[in-house]
Design a protein around this ligand. Structure first.
Ligand SMILES: [Cu+2]
Length: 193
């Protein structure tokens, strides 16, 4: 990495609210641009099922990431997605499925369970190595981003226009702190336990 020491980098803070200024948790914030996307993701992450809910509600992964779906309940689940981003089905199972699911195409996969209709979760797949979810204060921090021009993208599951992705051109180091307002449908917000 010593050869890159002349390249400057900045930390980017993005605050996401609805149009009334209410802070939005679980918004997916990511950057696309020429300086990024050098490598596909790898590694293995988990979305578990406990208390007949998926945990977490929203997951963001770089394309090329494998996801495991461990069932921590005593009842069996039947996890599926019909979304074009990733269609799959893990038929009625307990414990940890033998094979993880590879998310290899950008977009949103909506997850459900055939047995429990109220179970719902989202996997947002990005073509970027710079991504983060907003916390309960509506804040996402992207650290050590190489200075340059990017498309900042923000997605939230409760957006009024389904599958819309908010996009804004930004330059670093100039825009290190941003506030984004999204038009969401409050009735779609899932209360966090
Ligand atoms: Cu289930």
């Amino acid at each position: 990495m010593f050869g890159l020491m002349h390249a400057k980098a900045s930390d980017l803070q993005v605050e996401v609210t609805d149009t009334n200024g209410q802070k939005l948790a679980d918004a997916v914030v990511y950057l696309e641009g020429q300086k990024l996307n050098q490598s596909a993701g790898s590694g293995l992450i988990q979305i578990s099922q406990k208390g007949k809910k998926f945990h977490p509600l929203v997951t963001v992964v770089q394309k090329g990431t494998n996801v495991n779906f461990p069932n921590k309940d005593s009842v069996r689940h039947h996890v599926y997605s019909f979304s074009p981003t990733k269609k799959f089905e893990l038929k009625l199972y307990s414990g940890v499925p033998a094979t993880p699911v590879l998310f290899d195409k950008p977009g949103t996969a909506v997850l459900g369970c055939n047995i429990h209709d109220t179970m719902l979760a989202y996997v947002h797949v990005v073509d970027s190595s710079y991504f983060e979810k907003t916390d309960t204060l509506g804040i996402a921090n992207l650290q050590a981003v190489p200075d340059g021009d990017y498309q900042l993208k923000v997605w939230h599951y409760a957006l009024k226009k389904e599958n819309e992705i908010y996009t804004q051109t930004i330059s670093l180091p100039e825009s290190r702190k941003l506030m984004i307002k999204l038009d969401i449908n409050p009735s779609l917000l899932v209360g966090q336990p």
